[in-house]
Design a protein around this ligand. Sequence first.
Ligand code: FES
Ligand SMILES: [Fe+2]
Length: 424
Amino acid sequence: MISTAEIGALVAPHRVHRRVYTDPAIFALERERIFARAWCYVGHESQLPITGSFLRAQIAGRPLIVVRQDNGEIAVLHNRCGHRGTLVVAEQSGQAARFRCPYHAWTFRTDGSLQSIPCREGYDGTDFHEDDPSLGMRPVARVGVYRGFVFASLATNGPDLASFLGPTAGAIDNIIARAPAGRIAFEGGVFRVRQASNWKIYLENMHDGLHPMIVHQPSIEPARAGSRAIPPPTSATAFALDVIAANGQTYQAMGKLPVRLFPYGHTEMAAFRSNPAATGEFAAYREQLVAIHGAAETDRLLGDNRLSTMFYPSASVQATSLQMRVIIPETVDRTLIEIHSLRLVGAPDSLWQRTVTLANTVHAPSSLVKHDDFAIYARVQDGLDGNSLEWIDYRRGTNDPSTSLSEAYIRNQFAAWRNYMTAE
Ligand code: FES
Ligand SMILES: [Fe+2]
């Protein structure tokens, strides 16, 4: 067992020990002390339209289902049978009136309680009772919904969801305000990619303004050349090329992008691409928003450029590009990432097409951009797995912690990491 003092010593103000990325024992503790204590994102209400709609999720290695109950509320249940522990639901998502275990057909209601079992008389003479919660699909300790975004916590104690999210909730507010119908929908399916790297390596790239012009260099120049092509590319292609070429920002430009640090390890970075809907092509959409919010507020909403907002440790939303990423650590050196697209309900289809183009161009694992990141994360892991380096330095930008050229957001993540990991 690793002592608390030993864990605390792995994280110093300006450096962190490689063991936090490579030691399976640390990883096991992270699951229990960080993921099992924090509020983790598990799904969006739009994915659960009717009674019995469900999604699979995972927190701290526990398989879960998120389900719309008979009373319309959302429950988050442990996806295991109260009989002998079988995973009850294998589908990623779907709809069911009841859940039936595939092993011996115990059946559970949408709130997880045990509804029926075959051969009930086999329990005669025992204290078995259907109402015993331990025989059902148990609910997690707490469920919180912020404007359709569903979070769950395995811990009975801790801050409520609103206090946990703090100012990061502003990113969700901004997205919803840009939807003429006042709501959004997760649509178009989900990209799921397994990365050969520790989950923190992904988070540490979240606001890294030092890497795009290097790591994405192979796609930047071809994209610039494509934009100059004769005849000029069609509108959708021009947009895709623009998005790729935007990675070729100078250090000077990246140094002007504000990064904000919040409690609980949360962070937020401003965008280096303008909002896709801010162009003249979307004048009619802008008028829709003006009718709702007025001109000044509409300009503020569209100009509120947030590239990514991190809800440490489990998810990140890209408000400008309308994407959401969910981080699911599987082993010390393997991380599952889910990438979703968000549709602004009531906005023109052409704007949704732009969101999909953006997802396919830079967020899809098969895009010209994203595989470069995944390759680098794996190389970081490979480098750390070797025992030749003890400490990783992250003191960059101590004098100016507020931009994407600073590693202050990583220090902020590790301050939260240390708090969670050393609290008994
Ligand atoms: S394990 Fe589920 S019914 Fe037996
Ligand atoms: Fe990148």
